[in-house]
Design a protein around this ligand. Structure first.
Ligand SMILES: [Zn+2]
Ligand SMILES: [Zn+2]
Ligand SMILES: [Zn+2]
Ligand SMILES: [Zn+2]
Length: 416
């Protein structure tokens, strides 16, 4: 098993009121069966959406959490909803969601071929078709499909697991409406995000759906052509629940100030420091990851011009960046005034949402997943950017030109 990415770990916090109301999350719960105990080996979902092996050190019934020690010996408090124990021998005849074994002819118990847990056809999300549990069939439950298909940089896009995952992703295993959000809709009290219902941190490689506004882990999405950078909100994304089919993602144009900000933010999360050497760290990161940055119109910029454009942005935007010179250090050092991601291109998303009524996608089409993956069906419309007041006049004009050329940027993205 690969280690969890360190940047997300120290910042992971359990909310003060982590209890998840039972009605909110349709998930296995066996409180009465002593579902969790000390010394139990479990899989626990982390804020990156991935499952990690751990061992329960302590069960807290009042908070509905367990203290879990992971393979790297780190210990964290994990909500019950994010802990998945193996099936208990002798209990396989009980549905792991409702804890009952009574069946009807159209709601039988089916067993996951991988984890051996039993589910009523109607207790699993989405409900399990009949004839799934016939001998030789290899039906896999939602948890196991996600365990296999989720990956750093984006989930599997092709093959049977990718198709199963897309099918699972058409419905959420929890209710979206009761989630209690902060005013900016970045975090919810229940720590419930994505298709997986796991915990998350919006600035740690997550995409926000422009229709339902829920946040989704990079590891659970199947539409990205390149991995996300920390704090990268320059995407318009539509989740599979909203499209009722494959996800859509469009890259939004970035100005040089955005590139500088994004790279500095990403580096500051990865390296856990504030200042970076312009040539040795910032510029070399940009050059090494040039293709992955998906910069649309800026893609053709020769190396020599990247140098001057980035340096200009870093020195001109004093509200965003601080140079080493200002703190009596080397002048080739740059950092962020405050360690926050670049501002989101809000109005783009809002305008897209306003038009959502006329862009309903066709019914789900699982079999065409690989063919349609990443296909751009609908270009976002012309927009203004929200932070426009903060931008210089010259930059504003440049940016507006870039936005009106959004379509060509998307075509570039599609080619990738
Ligand atoms: Zn997820
Ligand atoms: Zn059940
Ligand atoms: Zn399973
Ligand atoms: Zn959505």
């Amino acid at each position: 098993m690969e280690g969890r990415e360190t940047p997300t770990r120290p910042s992971r916090t359990t909310p003060s009121s982590p209890r998840v109301t039972p009605a909110l999350v349709k998930r296995p719960r066996f409180q009465t069966l002593a579902r969790f105990w000390e010394g139990q080996d479990v899989l626990a979902r982390w804020t990156d959406g991935l499952l990690y092996l751990g061992i329960i050190k302590k069960v807290d019934s009042a908070q509905e959490t367990c203290l879990v020690r992971f393979e790297d010996n780190s210990q964290f408090s994990v909500l019950w909803k994010d802990i998945f124990p193996p099936a208990v021998p002798g209990k396989e005849q009980l549905c792991c969601v409702c804890n009952s074994q009574s069946c009807t002819s159209d709601n039988k118990l089916v067993h996951c071929g991988k984890c051996k847990h039993a589910y009523h056809q109607e207790c699993h999300v989405p409900s399990v078709p009949s004839d799934t549990d016939s001998p030789g069939s290899s039906w896999m439950c939602r948890q196991c499909v996600f365990a296999v298909a989720t990956k750093r940089g984006g989930a599997l896009k092709k093959g049977p697991y990718a198709r199963s995952m897309l099918h699972m992703k058409l419905s959420l295993p929890y209710q979206l409406k009761p989630l209690e959000w902060d005013p900016l809709h970045l975090t919810n009290k229940q720590q419930c995000y994505c298709y997986c219902g796991g915990p998350g941190e919006w600035n740690m490689k997550m995409l926000q759906c422009c229709r339902c506004l829920q946040w989704f882990h990079e590891a659970c999405t199947q539409c990205l052509s390149k991995p996300l950078l920390y704090g990268d909100r320059f995407y318009v994304f539509e989740c599979s629940v909203c499209t009722r089919g494959p996800e859509n993602a469009w890259r939004l144009p970035l100005a040089w100030v955005d590139v500088s900000h994004l790279v500095l933010y990403h580096l500051s999360i990865c390296c856990k420091k504030k200042y970076f050497d312009f040539e040795r760290e910032i510029l070399s990161f940009v050059n090494e990851n040039w293709e992955s940055l998906l910069l649309g119109d800026l893609t053709d910029t020769p190396r020599s011009e990247r140098y001057s454009n980035l340096l200009h942005a870093l020195t001109a935007q004093k509200d965003r960046f601080i140079s080493g010179k200002e703190i009596k250090k080397k002048k080739c050092l740059f950092g962020l005034q405050s360690r926050v991601p670049p501002p989101a291109p809000q109005s783009t998303v809002t305008e897209l949402r306003l038009q959502e009524t006329d862009v309903r996608s066709p019914a789900p089409c699982v079999s065409s997943l690989s063919g349609r993956m990443g296909v751009l069906k609908r270009p976002p419309h012309r927009t203004k950017t929200p932070s426009i007041a903060q931008r210089t006049r010259k930059e504003r004009q440049k940016l507006q030109r870039a936005v009106t050329q959004v379509l060509s940027a998307f075509i570039l993205y599609r080619k990738d």
